[in-house]
Each structure stands twice: as C-alpha cells, then as structure tokens.
Design a protein around this ligand. Structure first.
Ligand code: SF4
Length: 217
C-alpha cells in the first residue's frame, strides 16, 4: 500500500467506526461555526475533561456569549462560572483580556495563525482549532492524542506536537486535514489510550507500527 492509500484507509476506517467513540465537547460547539465561541471553549478545554468543558461552556454562554459581554463580566463572577475547569483563575483573566481585544477589533476573531498567536494564552493547537472549526479553514490541530496516534501508526517519528504538526502538514494530503483532529482525538481518548491502548478492539492493527513492534517481541 502506498503512503497515501494507507492514510486514506486509516481515515476511512476511523470515520466508519466514529459512532463507537464519544464525541468531544468542541465538536458540538464547532457545529455553530462561531469562531469566538470555539476560541473561548478551546481555552476552557485545556487540561480539562470534555464533559466539564461542555458543561462550563453552556453555563458561561447562558450568562454571556459575545466578546463585549464577557469582557464586561466582573472577574470574580467569570471565575466563579468557570471554576470547574482546571486553571480557572488564569483562564478567566486570559478570556477577559482576549474578549476585550476582540471587541476592540469590531468583534472579529483573528482568522490567521499569526493573529491568533498574538492573543495571550493562544498556542498553535488552539489557533489551529479556531481556524479549522471556527472558520472552516485548512489546518491540523495537534494535541497529545493526535501526536501519539500519528507516531504509533508510524506516520511520524516526532518528539513534540509542534513537530508532528509540521510533519503532518508535509505528508498528509490537504483533503484529510479537516477530519484528522476530530477522528484522532476521539480515537485517542477511547481506543488508542496513552497507557493501555485497547489494541484488541482496534481496527487498525495491520496498519500500526507500534502494534507490529509490540507483538514481535
Ligand atoms: S493497534 Fe493499538 S497502538 Fe496501534 S493504533 Fe490501534 S490501539 Fe493504537
């Protein structure tokens, strides 16, 4: 199988099995195609479980769901609403600050990697998520799951998510970019887990470098 056919097979297989995985919180929010909400929910989601992110996002958007209203929330009130997410104090400060900047820019979220990275608290993963799920642009958000799965499959041999993103941008045909994050995150959370991957349930064993290596010993 050529590398492209291999990638096409893996993505097609994961799409077929998608219903067996739990959908992450951001996928739901992303359906609205609202870059501001995608950005805020992504900040809330960092180092936080999907269920908590979904619950807190919902509570926050009931009180305020646009840059002006969130920028004007008293810090104490915002912190109290988002308290269940990890690092809520830092996140409250950052969310207010970025909301103020975005409101000052006619409520427009930057739609470039550079523009997004200029907002304090936004890294490449968050920026890619906003570009893909908020603006429907091409990008490859790489978190710990996408990084791990790409390396286990043998698509990349990289040490950091940043290097994985650069390598995936080089080797993966653009038509697969939009699907990759969603599929690999769900797959990584539910099957290809960090500590004990459920290889016995995995439809990709024949295409997995890690599995072949593990079963050779
Ligand atoms: S075979 Fe195991 S390690 Fe390989 S992708 Fe599947 S779950 Fe992950």
């Amino acid at each position: 199988m050529t590398a492209e056919k291999e990638m096409s097979f893996v993505i097609g297989t994961l799409k077929k099995h998608r219903s067996e995985f739990v959908a992450p919180a951001l996928t739901e929010i992303a359906k609205e195609r609202n870059p501001y909400k995608v950005l805020i929910s992504c900040i809330l989601s960092l180092r936080t479980r999907d269920e908590t992110t979904a619950r807190v996002s919902e509570s926050l958007y009931k009180v305020a769901d646009n840059p002006k209203d969130i920028a004007n929330l008293p810090l104490k009130k915002l912190s109290a609403i988002i308290r269940p997410v990890n690092y809520y104090k830092t996140k409250a400060v950052r969310i207010r600050e970025m909301s103020r900047i975005i409101h000052g820019n006619s409520d427009k979220v930057p739609d470039t990697m550079e523009g997004l990275l200029a907002l304090k608290g936004v890294g490449r993963k968050t920026a890619n998520i906003v570009l893909v799920y908020g603006f429907n642009y091409h990008g490859i958000p790489v978190d710990t799951h996408v990084h791990r799965v790409s390396n286990r499959l043998g698509w990349t041999t990289t040490k950091t998510p940043e290097k994985t993103e650069a390598e995936l941008r080089r080797i993966l045909p653009k038509k697969y970019w939009m699907d990759l994050n969603d599929l690999f995150v769900q797959f990584g959370q539910n099957i290809c887990a960090p500590q004990r991957p459920k290889c016995e349930k995995c439809p990709l064993t024949k295409h997995c470098k890690y599995y072949k290596y593990k079963n050779k010993r």
